[in-house]
Design a protein around this ligand. Structure first.
Ligand code: PLP
Length: 421
């Protein structure tokens, strides 16, 4: 069973928490960079390999900048995410714009930035023409395999998913785009979320490799890049195992030789949009115990809430917890670990074995480096907390200050504007 690492030794974490106040997110920069290097080296056999980091996982320019240093691109789903990618120094051609129900102005902004538009529907060809005046030279389509694949609990069954174009639409998409002057083509899919079975990802590559051939043979379109999306899982539970990037790279390489090189379809660049697998294990939510209460069950009340990390409440997701300074004590008590929202599902854990808990204990919630702070919200007028980054040499940088009451109230108009129509 893999021990869960902490960002800092206990005494340093305690000191930091007492200086900056809790709750906060903290990320391990050097570990994120090391992970990015491992991803790159696992796919170095593929010319043009890119991981477009899914900015939604951790939308902080300082993190995206770290990844850009290692040649990562960005996968963006909105205008603010495009701005983060741009400000992190990522050039347009390394930005994928994989958006949903996209407004015209966001298509236009992505187009002007030179980002790759990854269209979610056949009708979006027309939407892009309307928004941008023309189609770009390079276009990607998101494929939804429907009944050909089964999804998993987080992403859901592809047949029920709102994302992507169906198999029959896909061929029309490429035909139409080519007729309208598009010259470079990419193919995208995303069918898994938090998948720990590496063979599922390999099978997704197989599906796209075979589509590359079908599109070549039946439409005469040469796909230059495939994008396998995100969805590579991380071991949230200590007994789970991560997918080895080295293994994944080798397996996809083998298939590439068999299905792409041997069929005369090379070169084909490979990309992912991994977010969680890049930063997830290297982020922690640090929170302090406010109250320990005993009702029909025993409760540990934290100063963080599901507004700071909503995965447990949203998906029943497991996040491991370490009680700082109590690592070696027996976990001989069982608690529901709650936040302070007026919401009964504001729970980080249910029936969790922990050591005897006391007011003031510091708790590190693990694997909060992706889809953590970014999924936060303001219910109960809770303020968004700060983010810190451990940088090279161990310096700790504040990369997002905590929201203030003034920030929160700043969009509220105590003297209402009259709307003239
Ligand atoms: C289109 C797209 N790409 C990439 C990702 C990143 O997924 P993950 O962080 O699980 O790798 C997501 C997540 O929702 C997504 O919707």
């Amino acid at each position: 069973m893999a021990a869960k690492a902490l960002p800092l030794p206990d005494a340093e974490l305690e000191r930091l928490a007492s200086v900056v106040g809790t709750p906060f997110h903290i990320y391990d920069g050097p570990a994120i960079e090391q992970n990015a290097c491992t991803v790159n080296s696992s796919f170095s056999w593929n010319d043009g390999f890119i991981n477009y980091f899914a900015v939604k996982a951790l939308p902080n320019v300082n993190i995206v900048r770290l990844l850009a240093r290692h040649g990562f691109g960005a996968d963006c789903s909105s205008l603010p995410e495009l701005i983060i990618a741009r400000d992190a120094g990522i050039p347009g051609e390394r930005i994928m714009f994989t958006s949903n129900d996209t407004p015209d102005e966001e298509f236009r902004a992505a187009y002007e930035l030179g980002a790759i538009l990854n269209l979610d529907d056949i009708t979006h060809i027309e939407a892009v023409e309307r928004a941008c005046g023309r189609l770009p030279e390079t276009l990607s389509f998101r494929f939804n395999p429907g009944p050909e694949r089964t999804g998993n609990v987080i992403i859901g069954n592809p047949v029920e998913a709102k994302y992507g174009v169906t198999r029959s639409q896909l061929f029309d998409c490429y035909r139409t785009a080519r007729e309208k002057g598009v010259r470079h083509f990419m193919l995208h899919t995303m069918v898994a979320s938090n998948e720990l079975d590496g063979s599922y990802i390999v099978e997704t590559a197989r599906m796209l490799f075979s589509l590359v051939k079908e599109l070549h043979d039946s439409v005469g379109v040469r796909i230059e890049r495939i994008d396998l999306g995100g969805g590579v899982g991380i071991p949230y539970r200590p007994e789970q195992e991560a997918i080895s990037f080295g293994w994944l790279g080798d397996e996809i390489h083998r298939l590439y030789d068999e299905m792409i090189v041997a069929e005369g379809l090379a070169p084909l660049a490979i990309s992912f949009e991994m977010g969680r697998a890049i930063t997830g294990p290297y982020g922690w939510l640090i929170s302090r115990v406010r109250h320990v209460t005993h009702k029909y069950k025993d409760y540990v009340g934290l100063d963080a809430t599901m507004a700071d990390l909503m995965r447990p409440a949203l998906y029943g997701a497991y996040h491991h917890m370490t009680v700082i300074g109590k690592e070696d004590l027996p976990k001989d008590h069982e608690y529901d670990v709650t936040g302070s929202l007026c919401e009964n599902n504001d729970k980080f854990a249910i029936d969790r074995p922990l050591p005897l808990m006391e007011r003031g204990d510091l708790v590190a919630i693990h694997d909060a480096g992706a889809h953590g702070h970014s999924m936060g919200f303001n219910y109960n007028a809770k303020l968004r907390h700060a983010e810190y980054l451990i940088a090279d040499g161990g310096k700790i940088l504040c990369i997002r200050r905590a929201e203030t009451i003034e920030d929160y109230l700043s969009t509220q108009l105590s003297t209402p504007w009259e709307v003239s129509t």
